[in-house]
Each structure stands twice: as structure tokens, then as C-alpha cells.
Write a protein that binds this ligand. Structure first.
Ligand code: BG6
Length: 477
């Protein structure tokens, strides 16, 4: 591959520190950094190259739940040789001149610009890149990586997409939702479309309902400045959770290529029915005292909703989705709850009417698991729910799960859009979310360490159902 530079705007920010720098380290360790690749970090702070290398190293050494393995000195050395730093203010044209001169001097005609910075700086970046022709693919390729959320609602997402397309072509833009880079999400497609056992049952005839949970035990930490303007529904609901649903319910693409795969995801998103009367917003007790949070904030740190997919395959199958911070357990999963036929032979035996559940455990205890009923060994007929499981971490081949940022950086370098969002996809997500966020009033306050407000339970109780207690009994390390 020709030499190229990954230019990260906002290298000293939270995202770069906890996600991008560790992903680059992992790529270095696995030999995934192309030979002629350099990383150019941009931030306001004045630092020389040695200070910057120290910043990189310190970021890797900082405690990070997503990156807990050892930092090998020889790997870091290889990485450190490739990193450069340029300080500058993103709204200052002179900075771009310096950046361009640096990139030209080093011969980096191919460039990836990664926006790990505040959205209000985007237009400055685009405008200044354009002034110097730095967005144009004259002698090499130029790609742009931009993080979710794209916009704050449908209208602002449309404006941002329009702005992006003013400066870049759609195939230069990589809109990133890191959930699409999760191995555990991508495997849903392989599992569904390589095994022919379950797929014929993924429909309204066999499925009673679907539950999606994304629960975190921790609060917003130091991210109040961002989070208070966004809230749970827009932070993870509009994007990560809708993608989880799309992966679990989309039809098989005609081929495993970007257009075909995104087309099926988009079809699900476009068919989702927003039900503003069936959403509950919550806020954890003490949230208003978090740093950089408005003391009268009505921001949601939890939400639970009900929806349906308006297509023939899932007609009438309720879907319940919840996400929140400071909840009882750290767990993200999709549960496909199967119908329980009336004529089941052991139905009247103790636990004999428990449903079968197919669980895609995204994290922790990652795996794909089928909850099934078995006979408890002994002289009586007693039914016992057990798990049939594929677990990543106990995989005898010892495959470690690559971090989603690593996956998506590699895909961008390859120019593969399959696990990125198009403008159309992002807008379909907002079209579903907008009517829901409009009805957010005062959220219900819930205690930390619980499953959120009682009102969220009622959503299911009204349908004679209940949230499943996520089990930690399977895929234990
Ligand atoms: C981010 C959200 O996009 O996703 C965070 O901004 C959230 O608030 C995070 O904690 C969850 O990602 P993961 O990979 O830890 O499940």
C-alpha cells in the first residue's frame, strides 16, 4: 500500500484516549498497521514529539475497561516511530497550512481524517480543508471518519449530511457507530446466515417477542458536558441499539457486500414503528450533581420502549428495548424469546413452560446461547433450563475479540463501507427516534444499582410479560 497518514483531529480528547490510541496499539501488536502508515495527532495543546509519545504511552497505561492487556515495550516502540503531533486551533486557517505542508513534505498523498472532536468544529475543518484542496483526491485517496451521533435529530442530521456531501463524496465518508464493528454483532449475521437451523424460525410464527438490553453499572463520569445535551435515547438508542435490532432481524442480503448488507439494515429501520405512548425515560439519583450537568437537567440516563417492525415477517411481534447508566448489571444482549406451544408435553412439570430463548450476548461473557429445557438427572421428571452455548472467551483456539475501533480502522484503510452508516441509514434512525425524543418530559428518578424505573417494567407487564434477568451463568471464564 502507498504511504498514508491517519490524521486524528482531537487526539487529546476522551475518545482518542480510551478508544483510538488503544486500537492503534492493538493494530501495531497484530501487525495490522500498513508499513507506510503514520499517525498525525492534532490538538490545541503545545507539545513536542517526545511529549506526544508520552501522551500516547500514558493513555495506554490509563485504566481502561476495554483495554486491559499488557503494553509491550517493543510494540510501543514501533508505534511511537510512526506518530507525529501538530498543535493547532481548528478554526485557524494557518494551522491547516502547516498541516498540509507537513503531510506533503512526508509524501502522504493518501489520507484519512478522523474527526474525534466537537461537532461545532466540523464546518471549520471542512471549509479549511477545502480551501487548500485537502479534501480532493487528486493524487491519492482521501477518507473522512466521523462519529455518531450524526446530528441531534432528523433535521440536523440531514443538514450535516448535506454539509458533508458539499465537501466529500459519499464513498469518501465513513460514518462510524462502533457497535457495527463489534465482533459479537457481526457474528449475528454469520450465525444467522450460515446455519439453516434457526433462520426459518426467526419470524412471527415462532417468536413471541424480542428484548434488547444495554445496561451499564457506571454513571456518566466526566462526560457531563456532552451527555447532558444528548441523553440515553440519543447516545445509544438512536444508533447502537437500533443496529443491534437490525442485525438480529434483517433479511439475508443477496451478497456480503456493503450495498446489499446496508440495504437490509435500512429496511428494518424504515419499518420500525415509533410508539411515543410506549416509552419511559429515567434519570439516576444524583445525576444532577455530576460535573458539567445542569442542576435542573431533564436528561434521560435510562429509557425503555416498545416497538414493532411493520413487515410481514415480524408482524405483531413486540420488541422491547432498554438502556441505561448506573443500572444493576453491566450487560448488553439481544434475547429472542420463542413461543411456547400449548401442546408441549412437559408443560405442566415444574419449569416446563419456560420459553426457549436465543441470546446474543454482546458483552460481557460474550457468546451465542440457547436457553433450552432438559431433564434434571434423577428418578423424577423434573425440567431444568440449561444453556447450549458458543462462547468467545473459552474458545479453544483462544481468539481474542478485536476491539471495534480496530475493526473499523482496518475497514476504512481497506475502503470497505459494509459496517459504516450511509446518510440514508442515519436519517432512518432519526426518523424513528424523533417522535420519541419529543415526548421526553421530566424523567422518572431511579436508584443506582436497580433496573431503572418501575414504569419500565409496566411496559411489559401490560402485555403479561417481564424483562428477563440477564444471566451470568453461561460463558463464564
Ligand atoms: C458510546 C456512548 O457511544 O457507547 C457511551 O457514548 C456508552 O455513553 C458506550 O457508554 C457504550 O459502548 P460499549 O462498547 O462500552 O458498549
Amino acid at each position: 500500500m502507498d504511504s498514508f497518514a491517519l490524521v486524528i483531529f482531537g487526539i487529546t480528547g476522551n475518545l482518542a484516549q480510551i478508544k483510538l490510541i488503544p486500537a492503534l496499539y492493538d493494530m501495531a501488536e497484530k501487525g495490522l498497521l500498513p508499513k507506510n502508515m503514520s499517525v498525525v495527532g492534532i490538538a490545541r495543546k503545545v507539545m513536542n514529539r517526545d511529549d506526544f509519545k508520552k501522551h500516547f504511552y500514558d493513555s495506554l497505561k490509563t485504566q481502561n475497561i476495554h483495554h486491559q492487556h499488557e503494553i509491550k515495550e517493543e510494540v510501543f516502540k514501533d508505534l511511537a516511530d510512526r506518530i507525529h503531533y501538530i498543535d493547532g486551533h481548528l478554526d485557524e486557517p494557518s494551522f491547516y497550512k502547516r498541516l498540509n505542508e507537513f503531510l506533503d513534505k512526508k509524501g502522504y498523498k493518501n489520507r484519512i481524517y478522523y474527526l474525534a472532536t466537537y461537532p461545532d468544529l466540523y464546518s471549520h475543518v471542512f471549509e479549511n480543508l477545502q480551501k487548500l484542496g485537502m479534501n480532493q483526491q487528486k493524487s491519492g485517496w482521501i477518507r473522512l471518519m466521523i462519529e455518531k451521533p450524526i446530528g441531534d435529530n432528523l433535521k440536523s442530521a440531514q443538514s450535516l449530511n448535506k454539509l458533508l456531501l458539499k465537501y466529500f463524496k459519499e464513498d469518501q465518508i465513513f460514518r462510524l457507530d462502533h457497535y457495527l464493528g463489534k465482533e459479537t454483532l457481526q457474528n449475528i449475521l454469520t450465525f444467522r446466515f450460515s446455519n439453516d437451523i434457526f433462520e426459518p424460525m426467526i419470524n412471527k410464527d415462532y417468536i413471541d417477542h424480542i428484548q434488547i438490553t444495554a445496561a451499564e453499572e457506571f454513571g456518566i463520569g466526566k462526560r457531563g458536558g456532552y451527555y447532558d445535551l444528548v441523553g440515553a435515547l440519543k447516545d445509544v438508542g438512536q444508533n447502537h441499539q437500533l443496529q443491534m435490532l437490525a442485525f438480529a432481524t434483517m433479511d439475508a442480503p443477496t451478497e456480503f457486500k456493503n450495498e446489499a448488507v446496508s440495504k437490509q439494515r435500512i429496511k428494518i429501520l424504515e419499518n420500525l414503528k415509533p410508539m411515543p405512548e410506549k416509552i419511559v425515560f429515567g434519570q439516576y439519583e444524583g445525576y444532577k450533581n455530576e460535573p458539567n450537568v445542569n442542576p435542573n437537567s431533564n436528561t434521560d440516563t435510562f429509557y425503555a420502549l416498545k416497538t414493532y417492525i411493520n413487515n410481514d415477517r415480524f408482524k405483531g411481534v413486540p420488541i422491547y428495548i432498554r438502556a441505561g447508566k448506573k443500572l444493576k448489571q453491566y450487560v448488553t444482549e439481544i434475547s429472542i424469546v420463542f413461543k411456547n406451544p400449548k401442546n408441549r408435553l412437559f408443560r405442566d412439570t415444574n419449569l416446563g413452560d419456560e420459553p426457549n430463548v436465543l441470546i446474543y450476548r454482546i458483552q460481557p461473557n460474550e457468546g451465542i446461547v440457547l436457553k433450552m429445557l432438559t431433564k434434571e438427572p434423577g428418578h423424577q421428571v423434573k425440567v431444568k433450563p440449561e444453556y447450549m452455548q458458543y462462547c468467545y472467551r473459552t474458545d479453544p483456539h483462544g481468539h481474542l475479540l478485536p476491539d471495534p475501533y480496530e475493526r473499523l480502522l482496518v475497514d476504512t484503510i481497506r475502503g470497505d463501507h459494509t459496517f459504516f452508516n450511509s446518510a440514508e441509514e442515519v436519517e432512518a434512525q432519526w426518523a424513528f427516534t424523533d417522535p420519541l425524543s419529543k415526548v421526553r418530559g421530566k424523567p422518572v428518578i431511579y436508584k443506582a444499582g436497580t433496573w431503572g424505573p418501575k414504569e419500565a417494567d409496566k411496559l411489559l407487564e401490560d402485555d403479561s410479560r417481564a424483562w428477563l434477568e440477564p444471566s451470568m451463568e453461561f460463558c463464564r471464564i
